[in-house]
Ligand binder design. Structure first.
Ligand SMILES: Cc1ncc(C[n+]2csc(CCOP(=O)(O)OP(=O)(O)O)c2C)c(N)n1
Ligand code: SF4
Length: 345
């Protein structure tokens, strides 16, 4: 395939990380998990074969939402909670663009919670990177919809009494066609998940556990610290049995509809374990995996679900074409003066 130009006279195949690094000073706190995500995205973009001018990054408001400033692509730093409807509009109007949404747990799930559900059920071909640090970072440490029960913050001085939202579970309930989870401190896995989200046609949600070292330091250490992470996490791999543990000697079986953690040995072997199928049409198994922690299991990371569904922008385009074929081109003036109209004197 012939390379298209990138708007700066360089072929797509020659793009590098530097081409996606803007000259803006990065204003995140030193040590923030956002740096790792930015670096992986800047490394990945030049490998995707997309002309640079075709990338659009839309964000809401929050520390995470400063992301588009630091990328040298088109983008919107929009309004709090509204990145998803803006991105959906961009994709419907310009289906050839590669549209990405950068959002935080407050941005996507408090003020933007409704848009989150509707974007996922509509399924436009956009990629959502949800930076979940379980706190409001930008406004200096209030509890968020993903903060755990009992979380003491400036706005919950005696501990949160709210059940947290689990973004993966909400996404699956909205019939999302691609749902994955990863962690800022796992750079290879992070990059792999973002690439898979890009490859998926339809709305892709990647929940990224992100450490806010100023207001919620260590929120995910049980999944990132060397001595504990292997026992506390389970890597989902399509077509592979659900194995985990430091010595890969634990696994997940299904007991009726209940996931059960077992130790491999005399009673159970690898062939008794559940085998992950991310392409399964029904979301039931993905839901069971998303709830595994309720049964004392590890935290699943990887792709929960990746299924094909028609995309919003394609269906809109098809519908417009069908109606034009049936009724002919519309006439906006005729439409405005048709039906019940009146004159204001
Ligand atoms: C309409 C409106 N309401 C409230 C705010 C204040 N506000 C700005 S960012 C934010 C939450 C940010 O949290 P999150 O999305 O988790 O992002 P983070 O800063 O942690 O990356 C809030 C409440 C705002 N900017 N606009
Ligand atoms: S407040 Fe937290 S999320 Fe915001 S830049 Fe600082 S460390 Fe990162």
């Amino acid at each position: 395939m012939k390379n298209k130009g990138n708007g700066n006279g360089r072929a797509v195949s020659q793009l590098t990380k530097a081409d996606f690094t803007s000259s803006n000073e990065v204003r995140w706190c030193p040590g923030c998990g956002d740096y790792s995500i930015l670096s992986q995205v800047q490394k990945l973009l030049p490998t995707l074969g997309v002309p640079k001018e075709n990338f659009v990054f839309v964000s809401g408001i929050g520390c995470s939402s400063r992301f588009p400033y630091y990328l040298d692509t088109y983008g919107f730093h929009s309004i709090h909670g509204r990145a998803l409807p803006i991105a959906t509009g961009v994709k419907v109007a310009n289906p050839d663009l590669s549209v990405w949404v950068i959002t935080g747990d407050g941005d996507a799930l408090s003020i933007g919670g409704n848009h989150f559900i509707h974007a996922l059920r509509r399924n436009p071909d956009i990629n959502i990177l949800l930076f979940n640090n379980r706190i409001y970072g930008l406004t200096k440490g209030q509890y968020s919809p993903t903060s755990e029960m009992g979380k003491v913050t400036k706005s919950s001085p005696f501990g949160s009494v709210e059940q947290p939202i689990r973004p993966v579970n909400v996404a699956l309930a909205a019939e999302a066609s691609f749902v994955a989870r990863t962690i800022d401190r796992w750079p290879h896995h992070l990059s792999e998940m973002i690439k898979k989200a890009f490859d998926h046609k339809g709305t892709s949600l990647v929940e990224i556990y992100q450490n806010c070292n100023i207001f919620n330091d260590g929120a995910f250490f049980e999944y990132t610290e060397k001595d504990v992470k292997d026992d506390n996490t389970l890597i989902l791999e399509d077509g592979k049995p659900l194995l985990f543990g430091k010595d890969n000697d634990k696994g997940v079986i299904l007991d009726g509809v209940t996931p059960k953690m077992v130790k491999l040995g005399d009673k159970y072997s690898e062939k008794d374990l559940l085998v992950h199928n991310e392409k399964e049409d029904s979301p039931i198994m993905a839901n069971i995996l998303a709830n595994i922690e309720f049964y004392g299991g590890p935290l699943p990371l990887g792709v929960f679900r990746s299924v094909e569904r028609p995309c919003y922008e394609d269906m809109i385009e098809d519908q417009i074409e069908d109606v034009i074929n049936k009724n002919g081109e519309g006439d906006i003036q005729k439409l405005l003066s048709s039906g019940y109209t009146w004159t204001v004197n």
